[in-house]
Design a protein around this ligand. Structure first.
Ligand code: XUL
Length: 543
């Protein structure tokens, strides 16, 4: 049976999902993850990130990613659950915004990979920057301001690229590099996204970028899916020559390089453009029509949907990316996702089971206790000075803090996605924490919507595999509708549906005001929220 492989190069791990598809017969045949910290300790990452003294700087190692890719390909080649020869197409998903900087030796190294040697040994030394800035980096506020001014203001940039300037976006990151190390910038022959870099390793030459991921750079004209000369000029000189072209999401970049065939026994499978992890998760959670949204609870918590026309967030909080299905995806991203939940879990010496139990020990609304879980600097809303803020919450009270972190994350996602204007009836949940029904109950109650789990924890890798399938069909002359592409893979898990509890829904409708007041106060934009908290507490007493 034809096999399609999806690889997800995310912050903390590389995951592979292989699907077998023949007409209506469809199944996930292989699913495996390689955790960077555990499998490649020699790089010294923590949660996939290199240690830094500046809390706003976040980098990882492109060499480690290459070594992880080879490790995963080896694992797939050795596994007996799929016949390698049946692999028809491979695509992938990369953590968004991160960038890789090649020097002059890279093209030759890629073109002449020697099957007798490891990928890592041949890629070592080709990077102008041995450390890649990643999406968690928030150190480019100055560059964001400069780009914004050059383009004519934040609305103008958002209208053009789908987002105002964001610190983590690739354009501001490139500008910072150009300003700090102009000679190194000049000697950079190619700048890749994590996604196009990984695809290049598979094909043995520079792979194009894909509009879903390209729109996370503040460099792409969103409506036209091409580089914006205005945004390029505002960012750094001679930039277009250093980028690869933008190619449609279903482009077959080339066959798998002979390296992979000779060294690991893979066939000459089609390599399809890689996209970002969120655009791939859109497909992997089955959001192929307007009206349903997905929430991914991973390293970052993201919420996204699908629309047909290019747009931007008038409040300038969220982003709009291209969708691999052809439309556009509004998205918000909260950086303090799984690591904030883990922080509270560990501070109170809990495991996930006792965490879930503690969540149920406190009532919905937590008596008005609020935690702004900015353990790390935050993206939504922009918070550059890390540190959690508590209102009416005793830091030592385990149950209250567990409830507070989950409520805060859901309230923040709900409040900051209001600009999308979607009447949410159903949410598709994915990511590690979606396996926890107690967390999903809070999600259902805060959004007043039914929540169901789709795509397991690996929607990005599954989405990449489905994109590979779609591209293979297209290459064979069949433009398969997306409903048909995802059928059999993205239906809600049986018995995973969580229904909102009406009493809780009304509590959270009130609590939105409390959270908004606390957030405004913490950001220096609003008065002391004590009266709002007290009013909420009094109303809770009468409920
Ligand atoms: C999205 C974002 C994160 C990363 C995580 O804009 O920054 O979700 O894609 O990998």
């Amino acid at each position: 049976m034809p096999v399609y492989l999806g690889l997800d190069l995310s912050t903390q791990s590389l995951t592979a999902v292989a699907i077998e598809v023949s007409g209506r017969e469809r199944r996930v045949a292989f699913e495996e993850s390689l955790n960077f910290d555990a499998a490649l300790p020699q790089y010294g990452t923590r949660h996939g990130v290199l240690p830094q003294t500046d809390p706003l700087v976040a980098t990882s190692s492109p060499l480690m990613w290459a070594e992880a890719l080879e490790g995963m390909m080896e694992m797939i080649a050795r596994d007996s659950s799929i016949a390698l020869a049946d692999i028809r197409a491979i695509s992938g998903s990369g953590q968004q915004h991160g960038s890789v900087y090649f020097g002059a030796a890279a093209a030759q190294a890629l073109a002449s990979l020697d099957a007798a040697r490891s990928l890592e040994s041949q890629m070592r030394g080709v990077f102008v920057r041995p450390e890649s800035p990643i999406w968690m980096d928030l150190s480019t506020a100055a560059e964001c301001a400069e780009i914004t001014a050059a383009v004519g203001g934040p609305e103008r940039l958002a209208m053009l690229t789908g987002s105002r300037a964001f610190e983590r976006f690739t354009g501001p990151q490139i500008r910072k590099f150009f300003k700090e190390l102009p000679a190194a910038y000049r000697s950079t022959t190619r700048i890749h996204l994590v996604s196009s870099y990984a695809a290049s390793l598979l094909v043995g030459f520079d792979a194009p970028m894909e509009p879903g991921d390209g729109s996370g750079m503040n460099l792409m004209d969103l409506a036209r899916s091409r580089w914006s000369s205005e945004a390029l000029a505002a960012t750094a000189p001679d930039l277009e020559a250093k980028l690869t072209p933008i190619a449609a999401s279903w482009t077959v970049v080339g066959p798998l390089a002979t390296y992979w065939r000779a060294r690991h026994g893979f066939p000459a499978a089609k390599v399809v453009t890689w996209s970002g992890d969120n655009p791939c998760s859109l497909v992997g959670t089955g959001i192929v029509r307007e009206g349903t949204i997905a929430v991914s609870l991973g390293t970052s918590d993201t919420l996204f949907g699908l629309v047909h026309e290019p747009c931007y967030d008038p409040s300038l909080t969220g982003n709009v990316f291209g969708s691999p299905t052809g439309g556009y995806m509004p998205l918000i991203c909260c950086k303090n996702g799984s690591l904030a939940r883990e922080r509270i879990r560990d501070e109170h010496r809990l495991d996930w089971q006792t965490f879930a139990r503690a969540l149920g020990e406190r009532p919905a609304g937590n008596g008005g206790a609020i935690l702004l879980p900015w353990f790390d600097a935050e993206i939504t809303p922009t918070v550059l000075e890390p540190g959690p803020r508590r209102y009416g919450l005793d830091p030592a009270d385990a149950a209250a803090n567990v409830r507070a972190v989950v409520e805060a994350q859901m309230l923040s996602l709900a409040i900051h996605s209001e600009w999308m204007g979607v009447k949410v009836n159903r949410i598709h949940a994915t990511g590690g924490a979606s396996q926890n029904p107690a967390i999903l109950q809070v999600m259902a109650d805060v959004f007043g919507a039914e929540v169901c789990v789709v795509g397991g924890g690996n929607a990005a890798a599954l989405g990449a595999a489905l994109r590979a399938y779609h591209a293979d069909q297209r290459a064979g002359g069949r433009d398969m509708p997306w409903d048909e592409v995802v059928a059999g893979f993205t239906e809600p898990w049986p018995a995973s549906t969580v229904h909102p509890i009406p009493d809780h829904v009304s509590v959270y409708a009130e609590m939105r005001k409390v959270y908004t007041a606390c957030e405004a106060h913490a950001l220096g934009r609003g008065p002391d929220p004590a009266p709002v908290i007290a009013a909420f507490g009094r109303a809770a007493g009468q409920r």
